[in-house]
Design a protein around this ligand. Structure first.
Ligand code: AMP
Length: 409
């Protein structure tokens, strides 16, 4: 078995990795770390949860520390690595990872994102940092104001490139790339490679090494998946019922809309379930409070929209609930991948209303697996069954649904 010490990492980094409690490198780390240390460009398909942050952060820290420009110095520090990532949560987490993994080195990083005042960010840059982790909008603002320069940039990481496209950031990303030095090492991470992202990668990478871990269509074997057919109007009652199970120690509930996230959270709180919502309309402070409280165990249930949840790093999520079935099948894979991390078991439960069955069928095609239908709990049964559950012989209104025939339980 390959160990961290076989990857060419220096002692202070090995020590930091050890104190993070990592015993063995993940597959993407095994592949990426030696390549990044050898100064190669990288095109990596990997999603959150694979250990991709350490896969780029560890070798970047090492490369920068090998040639620490003037740490005692007469000259101010200059930015030598830039990591662009789509959300503020991801940026903060990546910043924390750099700080943790680099605690034995004398490198500095700072995080730049919108939604908060720029003053402290500008100050941090003025004092001098080696590594900047940024979301595109605010970074571009600061570049346009000439408050940040990348003359000494050596390494550029584009994280979650496909999500940048989904979130409408791709033009900002292109503008940033056009303004940074052309001679550099570039590491490109994207869970999927839609044509526009593929094109961008081919324009900015030089002879990249390709790495693909856990193809985006795969779902982790350790996740036990199930689904309930339920009327839309009964979903909240069913969710409350399911959350009463003491096995649900820490749950993420996904909703498609911000409105649903708020509505569901309120209903849970009325039922004395400790819950918080996280989505794009919340202030940065509110989002961080929600994240902290679930990490500390004060909140048991976090209700999130897909974009807000992307990349948030919460360990030991016992259950993921899909309050609705995502219409983009890859989102399902991303959602349920928030549980069963680091070798733990996890459970994913989907609440599927009649009109969502076609989404479920797309998901099953992608994951090449059936999501078994579970028996709807007593009490909610009648309401659910009344309308006819596929395969239950009750002949409800979805009788002609083409997906009905293959769904037995
Ligand atoms: P990421 O894919 O970068 O979001 O990482 C997912 C989670 O895995 C984070 O909580 C990391 O702290 C954790 N992690 C990263 N590398 C390892 C490793 N080699 N062993 C155990 N956990 C890890």
């Amino acid at each position: 078995m390959i160990e961290f010490r076989n990857l060419g990492l220096i002692e202070p980094i090995l020590k930091a990795v050890h104190s993070e409690g990592y015993t063995t490198p993940t597959p993407i780390q095994v592949e990426a770390i030696p390549k990044v240390l050898a100064r190669q460009d990288l095109l990596a398909s990997a999603q959150t949860g694979t250990g991709k942050t350490a896969a780029f952060a560890l070798p970047i820290l090492q490369l920068l520390s090998e040639k620490t420009l003037n740490s005692q110095g007469n000259h101010p520090r200059e930015i030598r690595a830039l990591i662009l990532t789509p959300t503020r949560e991801l940026a903060s987490q990546i910043g924390d990872s750099f700080s943790n993994y680099g605690r034995g080195l004398s490198l500095r990083n700072t995080v730049i994102f919108g939604g908060v005042g720029q003053h402290s960010q500008v100050n941090a840059i003025r004092k001098g940092v080696d590594i900047v982790i940024a979301t595109p909008g605010r970074l571009l603002d600061l570049m346009n104001q000439r408050r940040i320069r990348f003359n000494a940039l050596e390494i550029f990481v584009l994280d979650e490139a496909d999500r940048m496209l989904d979130m409408g950031f791709i033009h900002d990303v292109r503008r940033i790339i056009a303004a940074i030095p052309k001679t550099r090492q570039t590491l490109f991470f994207s869970a999927t490679l839609p044509p526009e992202i593929h094109k961008l990668s081919s324009q900015i990478l030089h002879n990249p090494s390709r790495i693909a871990v856990t193809p985006p269509s795969s779902t982790v074997e350790l996740i036990s998946q199930g689904m309930y057919y339920v009327e839309k109007s009964k979903k909240t009652s069913l969710l409350i019922h399911l959350l009463a199970d003491p096995k649900v120690t820490r749950a993420l509930v996904f909703t498609r809309t911000k409105r649903d996230a708020n509505r569901v959270t309120e209903s849970l709180m009325k039922s004395k379930i400790r819950a918080a919502a996280i989505h794009g309309n919340k202030s940065q402070n509110a989002r961080e409070r929600a994240l902290d409280s679930i990490k500390r165990g004060e909140t048991r249930v976090l209700v999130a929209t897909d974009i807000a949840a992307r990349g948030i790093d919460i360990d030991e999520v016992s259950h993921v609930f899909n309050y609705d079935i995502p219409n983009v099948p890859e989102s399902y894979v991303h959602r349920i991948g928030r549980t069963a991390r680091a070798g733990n078991q996890g459970t994913s439960v989907s609440l599927c209303a009649g009109e969502e069955r076609r989404f479920l069928s797309d998901i099953e095609k992608l994951i090449k697996k059936r999501v078994p239908a579970l028996k709807t709990p007593e009490g909610l049964m009648a309401d659910v069954k009344k309308k006819g559950r596929p395969g239950d012989g009750s002949g409800g209104r979805h009788h002609r649904n083409p997906h009905r025939s293959h769904r037995q339980h």
